[in-house]
Ligand binder design. Structure first.
Ligand SMILES: *Cc1c(COP(=O)(O)O)cnc(C)c1O
Length: 427
């Protein structure tokens, strides 16, 4: 069980809405810091541990800077994410470049920053060699295929996933790196996503520890880096139980003591995004319409442009109606956005208290893969991001998109002027 709480009082949410307008994403700095500390404490036993924040979850430099100051690195998979990392002052071992289907220009930038280069495929070795110098820090992404008889809804079965290389290819890659005398050789995997089961998470660590042992035995290489990927799940539903990080740390510690003698210098890391910011972000939107046909609908001023997960994955996000926390949930609603897409719904057939136009709805757990997944279909604009600071103040860390932003790549006479007038309600 987990109580879905708001990061501040109802009155404060209302006053933020009055001041900044709706909708907005609100991130709770206190919560993010608490979560990171618990994660780091759970792995304090490890001589060389690091969490790399998966930038794609919340690619905002203000959030990344806050995490950097707590010792968290960055996991990047695009040029934009590398540039954001560089800008907040991350360099070298602070960055893992865990990309796939990667253009050379992105490898070049990652190497310029001194990042750990995680290869998604064996063919990327000749690709790198053909184009320039080889990286000084290299890592190989493992896909265990059907030998791992699990997988989950978001990432699927390993043998159906496009990521990583087979065991044989990985061994071949490590042999190549050894021959080239690359001083820093790592292994990586990401076979789960949004995983809540302790056995699944610990199983990934066991698979990688065994792989490190096999590599040492067969190739005489002691890897410098073991990256367990991201994928630690979030208890989106109130009846689910969040992953107990202390327990995860101690279960992996046990395995480590059993299997990892002589690997004391090896870095052990995760590249989680979801659990770092997910539970500490909230999308606040205002109900603007009701509609009663075959079902009852509440239309909001946010849309899938602000949060794709329910529409894309059928994902559950808890909803609180501000000020109605104690009113019985007597109604059944679909909570919708305005896209011309029937899956633009934040909730389907959800029990909630009676909602009136003007009510504020808080959609929970939107701090990761929320704003960042947004898109501009139907010309919908993505909305602002606000940071609730530890002292209770609010910092706008991203403004609302404007029509001018949307049309920035179009060169057509008069378009910008018309857009500006439309936004200022001028004829
Ligand atoms: C998406 C992704 C992550 C982060 O996953 P979370 O579910 O946010 O923890 C980490 N590494 C890679 C390679 C990814 O693709």
């Amino acid at each position: 069980m987990n109580a879905k709480q708001l990061p501040c009082s109802d009155e404060k949410i209302k006053s933020i809405a009055d001041m900044y307008g709706t909708p907005f994403h609100l991130y709770d700095e206190n919560g993010i810091r608490r979560g990171v500390r618990a994660f780091q404490e759970a792995f304090q036993w490890c001589p060389n541990f690091r969490e790399y924040f998966a930038v794609k979850a919340t690619p905002n430099p203000w959030i990344m800077k806050l995490l950097k100051d707590m010792g968290v690195g960055a996991d990047c998979s695009s040029l934009a994410e590398l540039v954001l990392s560089e800008t907040v002052g991350l360099r070298g071992n602070d960055i893992v470049f865990s990309s796939n289907d990667t253009p050379y220009s992105e490898y070049r930038k990652a190497m310029e920053l001194g990042a750990v280069i995680n290869l998604d495929d064996i063919s990327h070795i000749p690709f790198l060699e053909k184009n320039g110098p080889i990286p000084e820090k290299i890592c190989f992404r493992y896909n265990p295929g059907p030998s791992l008889h699990r997988g989950n809804q978001i990432i699927g079965k390993p043998e159906e996933a496009k990521y990583g290389m087979t065991r044989e290819q990985l061994m071949e890659g490590i042999a190549w790196a050894k021959e080239k005398k690359i001083p820093f050789i790592g292994i990586h995997t990401m076979v789960i996503s949004c995983e809540l089961s302790m056995d699944g998470l610990v199983g990934t660590a066991e698979m990688m520890f065994d792989l490190a042992g096999d590599i040492r035995e067969q190739l005489g290489v002691t890897v410098s880096f073991i990256d367990l990927g991201g994928g630690i799940g979030l208890a989106y539903r109130p009846e689910e139980t969040p992953v107990d990080m202390a327990e995860l740390g101690s279960r992996i510690h046990e395995l480590y003591d059993r299997k990892m003698h002589g690997f004391e210098k090896t870095m052990l890391c995760f590249e989680c995004g979801r659990i770092i910011t997910g539970p500490y972000g909230f999308l606040i939107t205002q109900a603007i319409h009701h509609k009663y046909i075959y079902r009852n609908y509440i239309g909001c001023d946010a849309s899938m442009a602000d949060l794709m997960r329910p529409g894309m994955y059928g994902a559950y996000h808890h909803i609180t109606v501000v000020g109605k926390e104690d009113i019985p949930p007597t109604e059944i609603y679909d909570i919708t956005g305005s896209l011309c897409e029937n899956n633009d719904k934040f909730a389907v057939q959800r029990r909630l208290p009676p909602i009136e136009a003007g009510d504020l709805l808080v959609i929970h757990d939107t701090g990761a893969h929320g704003h960042s997944m947004g898109f501009n279909y139907n010309g919908k604009l993505r909305h602002q991001e606000l940071l609730l600071r530890e002292d209770g103040s609010i910092q706008q860390i991203r403004r609302n998109e404007t029509l001018k932003d949307l049309f920035a790549t179009l060169d057509y006479p008069g378009l910008n002027e018309k857009a500006e007038k439309a936004e200022q309600n001028e004829p």
